[in-house]
Design a protein around this ligand. Structure first.
Ligand code: SF4
Ligand code: SF4
Length: 364
């Protein structure tokens, strides 16, 4: 029976069913928390109750066997409860301090499968999208790039040695079902070529008006083409208008735009959601294009690492990447991170006909 009085069983079960008893009993009563060590948090309630959380990094795509192992750990230590964070970390919660060390020992005994960390002034797991394994419009992979980057940044996951937390995100296209718009470092898949139109298939698999209406820039127009000696109704793309977003492909499978040379990665930095110390910020483009060098994306890994290490060396305590870049000035940011500066690095460069100085952020 649905516990919240719903009359149907449609939709997900009510989340309260999945609360550990200590969380349920203290809902709305939590006063403060502290990080006891990397990956271990303690939350204190006004009732005096405490909950200890051990956070472990996982890959986003995991096997059934691995999920069974997680459930076994939860059964053994946490009365069967566990939770996932939005960054694909798994969290095991216990209601007293003496249960923490046995849990940590158990996790450690399982090799590298359950790295504990991802809290405070470090790099937590990279939030990311579907990539080549699932979605239809990606310009790069998601899990593959994240694995390559995170392998290199692993020590920042298990420690808290950075000036502040660094949130890294990946979205494999700019339609972005991820969170790259407001991340300290964002990895974004971009297409650079317009859709190719398969005139032979288009009438069989697409509603032409829908394909035309799908384009936010009005670049898809009705057209006619000859197929097997017959004139058919189809569409054409005004290439100068196209921003390679892939929306038309979402509506019409006969308009694919994936291309091994055209597709790649852009890097954005300086975004944040938090309003602590300074207002939330959008990420800004700093590297317009890096190639999809499978299977380990060395150019992307190096670029992210350089930015992170320059920030780690230079920023003040509690300063986020964007706050650091704004304090030292964006010119210095490019210099320190060894990133070439191009006109594409300025968000309003199209208005700058003979100078790039349309913004107070740049002195070039
Ligand atoms: Fe699909 Fe784009 Fe989301 Fe990637 S970011 S999963 S390509 S919608
Ligand atoms: Fe329009 Fe985007 Fe398709 Fe280009 S890729 S034609 S901008 S919908």
């Amino acid at each position: 029976k649905p516990m919240d009085g719903r009359i149907s069983d449609l939709g997900p079960p009510h989340y309260e069913q999945f609360f550990p008893p200590v969380i349920k009993a203290n809902k709305g009563k939590w006063l403060w928390h502290e990080i006891l060590q990397p990956g271990v948090l303690m939350h204190k309630s006004e009732t005096g109750d405490e909950v200890y959380t051990v956070r472990c990094g996982t890959a986003r795509l995991i096997t059934v066997n691995f999920i069974r192992e997680i459930c076994d750990i939860a059964d053994k230590h946490c009365d069967g409860f566990m939770r996932w964070t939005t960054r694909n970390n798994v969290e095991f919660m216990v209601d007293s301090k003496d249960k923490v060390q046995p849990l940590l020992d158990d996790l450690k005994s399982r090799g590298n499968k359950f790295p504990v960390g991802g809290t405070g002034a470090g790099v937590t797991n990279i939030v990311h999208t579907q990539g080549w394994v699932h979605c239809h419009t990606p310009a790069t992979d998601a899990s593959g790039v994240v694995k390559a980057v995170m392998d290199e940044l692993f020590d920042y996951f298990t420690s808290m040695t950075l000036p502040a937390q660094v949130r890294i995100a990946l979205a494999c296209c700019l339609n972005m079902c991820g969170a790259v718009h407001a991340s300290d470092i964002a990895i974004l898949g971009i297409h650079r070529k317009p859709p190719m139109i398969d005139h032979k298939r288009i009438t069989g698999v697409c509603e032409l008006p829908l394909a035309i209406a799908s384009c936010p820039l009005g670049a898809v127009k009705p057209a006619k083409a000859e197929v097997d000696g017959k004139e058919i109704k189809t569409v054409k793309v005004t290439v100068e208008r196209c921003m390679f977003c892939g929306n038309c492909y979402t509506m019409c499978p006969a308009m694919p735009l994936a291309d091994p040379e055209g597709d790649g990665i852009a890097i954005l930095v300086g975004g944040k959601v938090s309003n602590a110390k300074s207002a939330p910020k959008f990420s800004k483009l700093v590297i317009p294009f890096l190639p999809n060098t499978t299977p380990r994306w060395p150019e992307t890994v190096e670029a992210v690492k350089k930015i992170l290490e320059a920030y780690a060396k230079d920023a003040k305590k509690y300063e986020r990447v964007g706050e650091w870049a704004e304090r030292i000035g964006w010119e210095k940011f490019f210099e320190k991170c060894d990133i070439p500066f191009t006109e594409k690095s300025i968000d309003d460069y199209r208005l700058a006909y003979n100078t790039w100085r349309t913004t107070t952020q740049f002195k070039y």
